[in-house]
Design a protein around this ligand. Structure first.
Ligand SMILES: [Zn+2]
Length: 45
């Protein structure tokens, strides 16, 4: 199970949440990245 991290509040978000909508469930940010892999930033349009 992959985890993403919020670019702004630095909290981790499970991939399950990101699949539904690319958005931080804590602060509402739309910019998340994967901390463990090569830093891939995904941004919702
Ligand atoms: Zn956040």
């Amino acid at each position: 199970m992959a985890e993403y991290r919020c670019f702004f509040c630095k909290r981790t978000i499970s991939e399950d949440h990101v699949r539904r909508r690319v958005r931080c469930i804590y602060c509402g940010s739309k910019i998340l990245f994967k901390p463990r892999t090569v830093e891939t930033t995904i941004e919702a349009v």
